[in-house]
Design a protein around this ligand. Sequence first.
Ligand code: ARG
Length: 405
Amino acid sequence: MTTDPVVLAYSGGLDTSVAIGWIKERTGRDVIAVAVDVGQGGEDLEVIRRRALACGAVDAVVADARDEFATEYCMRALQANARYQGVYPLVSALSRPVITKHLVQVARDAGAHTVAHGCTGKGNDQVRFEVSITSQAPDMTCLSPVRDLALTRDVAIDYAEKHELPIETTKHNPFSIDQNVWGRAVETGYLEDIWNAPTKDVYTYTDDPTYPPLPDEVTIRFEAGIPVAVDGVELSPLGVIEELNRRAGAQGIGRIDLVEDRLVGIKSREIYECPGAVTLLEAHAELERVTLEREQARFKRQVDTRWSEIIYDGQWYSPLKASLDAFIDDTQRHVNGEIRMILHGGRAVVTGRRSDTGLYDFSLATYDSGDTFDQSSARGFIDIYGLPVKLAAAREARLAQADAS
Ligand code: ARG
């Protein structure tokens, strides 16, 4: 019989607090709780750590992964212009790989071979957790107390009350929320009726864009596709995201209401707020328009779409992801320069761009005198470019005439 401990991804909420005792009861194994800070804000992680111990964990670990998450995960998503189904900036999907990295690390240090998480059996996150864990550590197995040990919400409430766990069971929040520095995801409750409009209480990262403050002009400087300064002030990736969350959030930028295709086949509705992420994604995409060669940009759009899909589907640690990253890295070499934007009333609108490594050539583009584009070569180019379609059209005309006669 296995007696090594189970390493649990611990959020400090009701379900994972009860899971500590529940796993011990059902499997006879001790639990080590791990809380990973990905910039979710809210409760102090030291309070959460002590709660895990109070709920019966043999050990509780807190990992500050905020800079790591911003630099190695959010920035990769930015360089890939990552938006699942063209819309969702992958908030939750991005955090799972970094959380599992820390879980696997703690498990290795403790000689543990089982990692547990609080996800349900219907969502994407169970897939992301488990595929990420076994693709980093093929020798480990995964346990989902909610799915595998029948830890339903009602059971959790009863258990917490009976064992007097130091956790609120009565506070009624109709929503399921997941948040980190890249954004916030809200689902369930009345939002499950997709005709229902979201109410004000759904949002915390953004203010109502209907009543915005005065327009806010911002200039973001990029080096190799990574934002390095805001309004001339150099910042870390985490610093840039936080600064833009604040400023774009005040303008109500980055609110998204999406019915999406889950990996498990269900369509579900989620409300997202990603003020910093959406602002950065708009700016980065614009700088790519200025700096990428046309065919490279066309091909990259396909790579970006595929990248977003596999990250949504939990394939962060896959060979395909590594190969796509190599392509994306190569494309970012010349993505340097500045993007100026106006943040106002729910939108981040680009008003200016400049780049020393751009491909925009004023003297080629201008309609004023002094342009360097040789218009006389355009005629020959068009003749040959249009030739195949012209031949096909001539054939249609010939056949139509033959049919008529
Ligand atoms: N639908 C999003 C995804 O699969 C978010 C999942 C977590 N959402 C939540 N409200 N708990 O990436």
